[in-house]
Ligand binder design. Structure first.
Ligand SMILES: *[C@@H]1O[C@H](CO)[C@@H](O)[C@H](O)[C@H]1NC(C)=O
Ligand SMILES: *[C@@H]1O[C@H](CO)[C@@H](O)[C@H](O)[C@H]1NC(C)=O
Ligand SMILES: *[C@@H]1O[C@H](CO)[C@@H](O)[C@H](O)[C@H]1NC(C)=O
Length: 327
């Protein structure tokens, strides 16, 4: 009797210690992703102090997650509380001048530190950056705002030029052959940037090249090469200089978004991958009420295409101090 109980206890202990060596988190099937807002400018300012393009929200929602807006001017205490209840963050594209936007930049750095710390502490917390978001990831890893170079790559769709690191990357090794064929042979990755990170800057910047692997590069219209997809070596942090959300959700006829079946399949994959990374995180809102008050469903997107053709719809917000969020 005693012996068999002891045996069972030992087996249980062995299993428990195996689990500790290789933590296997239960999958979180209700992931919630925070998307960072940014200040409005020009005619958009009449609709609110800050905005999130609806295409990023749909991008996340279409892959099986819900979205919470992260107002860029939240107090740092509120931001920390909010982050600890989310399962991942997306930095969208846009046009914030970090050097002259201290509130935005301070909160961007807070999110970065939170993500690094959470992962270092064994709680996997993914972060995705698109276009400006990609550049932000590079500047945060390098801790340097002066790593961008000019490129002729607005309104420019091209296939990805993969590096050797892509084959063993987490991001691309999980993609189906159909997705990889689309991304690497068809003109479907939508570039909408005037700046980027050159391979020379990457090579010369130790903080950047020890942190990120480069998974793809592309040449601009003049053949100047920029990094187009990156993945952190030791963190679930990913960046695309291109816009996977645009071919699926943006429709400005004067831009070269490719709405073909293959383009949607290829671009959509990145959302499926990223949201799946967020299923490894088990953070939860402290109460059901706090969760429902934070969700983007409390806001309605506005069809503001006539004001800014970059986006069909956008969510507009006012100053965080005037918001009704309670944490
Ligand atoms: C494509 O990738 C190869 C190998 O990484 C690189 O040598 C070449 O410059 C790249 N070309 C472009 C246009 O990015
Ligand atoms: C985008 O590129 C297409 C094709 O090159 C061109 O016809 C269109 O005018 C461009 N749009 C803008 C806004 O530059
Ligand atoms: C869009 O992608 C399809 C492949 O799915 C390709 O055949 C077509 O040429 C592309 N169109 C443009 C305008 O790039």
């Amino acid at each position: 009797m005693y012996l068999s109980k002891l045996f069972i206890t030992c087996v249980a202990l062995m299993v428990a210690s195996l689990c500790c060596v290789t933590p296997i988190n239960a999958q979180n099937l209700r992931p919630i992703i925070g998307i960072l807002s940014q200040p409005t400018d020009g005619d958009m300012a009449a609709l609110g102090d800050q905005y999130i393009a609806a295409s990023y929200v749909k991008f996340i929602e279409s892959a099986g997650a819900r979205v919470v807006p992260i107002l860029y001017d939240m107090s740092q205490d509120d931001l920390k509380t909010l982050l600890s209840q989310l399962n991942g963050v997306l930095f969208p594209g846009g046009g914030v001048d970090l050097a002259n936007s201290p509130t935005y930049y301070d909160n961007l750095k807070l999110i970065w530190s939170f993500v690094i710390e959470s992962n270092d502490n064994g709680n996997p917390f993914p972060l995705w950056g698109t276009c400006m978001g990609f550049q932000e990831l590079c500047m945060l890893a390098a801790d340097n705002l002066n790593i961008l170079s000019p490129f002729d790559s607005e309104n420019y769709t091209i296939p990805l030029n993969l590096t050797a690191a892509a084959q063993t990357s987490r991001l691309f090794s999980l993609a189906s052959p159909a997705v990889m064929t689309a991304l690497t042979t068809l003109p479907i990755t939508m570039n909408a940037h005037q700046y980027g990170v050159s391979p020379a800057t990457y090579t010369a910047t130790a903080s950047l090249n020890t942190f990120f692997d480069v998974l793809s590069t592309n040449g601009d219209r003049e053949g100047k090469v920029f990094l187009s997809t990156i993945e952190a070596k030791n963190y679930p942090i990913y960046g695309s200089q291109w816009h996977p959300e645009k071919p699926i959700f943006e429709w400005w006829a004067e831009e070269v978004m490719n709405h073909s079946y293959d383009s949607i399949v290829g671009n959509q994959y990145t959302a499926m991958f990223f949201v799946n990374q967020a299923r490894n995180n088990n953070n939860k809102f402290t109460t059901v009420t706090a969760e429902s008050q934070a969700l983007i469903y409390n806001y309605n997107p506005i069809y503001s295409f006539d004001i800014d053709q970059d986006f069909e719809q956008a969510y507009y917000f006012n100053n965080a101090s005037t918001s009704s969020f309670t944490f």
